[in-house]
Design a binder for this molecule. Structure first.
Ligand code: GAR
Length: 217
């Protein structure tokens, strides 16, 4: 049974780095959960590959170090010099765990090895259905009746790593991609803090691709 083990450290707040490319509503939900005392964590930094992303502004408003970190030379993955820049920033801020909150790049081996079993992603679909982009539109176009979100560990594939938790929403006949995404996001905002709290409590065990949650002490 593997996984990230913070055995003796569970009273200490989990040191989370958030990476995102967009408006940052998930980052806000994580910061709010910490503020409300539901999540024993500290956001050590928010990093974005988009200079004017809303997620950076939200972090600054919450007094959290926020940096645009150039991910060049690649456009859809984090590799090479860009990956090195992220690794340096993550180490400088003392990140223990990475939360991908709408970070729209594939993660490659350098980061995966440096943070093995310590990179979480939130995906707006019930994986393994609808990996990739605009999953809420894929769900509406396919005609599924139940949609949702998934928090999973990141591996070398696309949205394919071990699943930590999922939350569902009903799809209505009247849904558009936008209305469905809004309801999925409400569930994301509950799911991501919940998954991080499980890590903070050292309750997450990974066996192959199956995650088991240990009972509360
Ligand atoms: C979220 O819905 C997240 O699930 C999605 O991007 C959005 C970011 O929103 N991620 C992906 O599609 C990754 N494949 P936010 O910036 O408001 O948190």
């Amino acid at each position: 049974m593997g996984g990230y083990d913070r055995a003796m450290n569970t009273r200490q707040p989990l040191k989370v780095a958030i990476l995102g490319s967009g408006k940052g509503s998930n980052a806000q939900a994580i910061m709010d959960a910490i503020q409300a005392g539901h999540l024993n964590a500290r956001v050590v930094c928010v990093l974005s590959d988009v200079a004017d992303a809303g997620i950076l502004e939200r972090a600054r408003r919450n007094g959290i170090p926020a940096e645009f970190v150039d991910a060049a030379p690649f456009k859809t993955k984090l590799d090479g010099e860009g990956e090195q820049r992220y690794l340096r920033a993550l180490r400088r801020h003392g990140a223990e765990v990475i939360a991908l909150a709408g970070f729209m790049r594939l993660i490659k081996s350098g980061l995966l090895q440096a943070f093995a079993n310590r990179i979480l992603n939130i995906h707006p679909a019930l994986l393994p259905a609808f990996p990739g982009v605009a999953s809420w539109k894929q769900a509406v176009d396919y005609g599924v009746k139940v949609a949702g979100c998934t928090v999973h560990f990141v591996d070398a594939g696309t949205d394919s790593g071990p699943i930590i938790l999922q939350k569902t929403v009903t799809v209505f006949d009247t849904d558009t991609p936008a209305t469905l995404h809004a309801r999925i996001q409400e569930q994301e905002h509950l799911a991501f803090p919940e998954a991080l709290q499980l890590l903070a409590e050292n309750r997450v065990r990974v066996a192959g691709r199956v995650v088991r949650i240990a009972p509360q002490e």
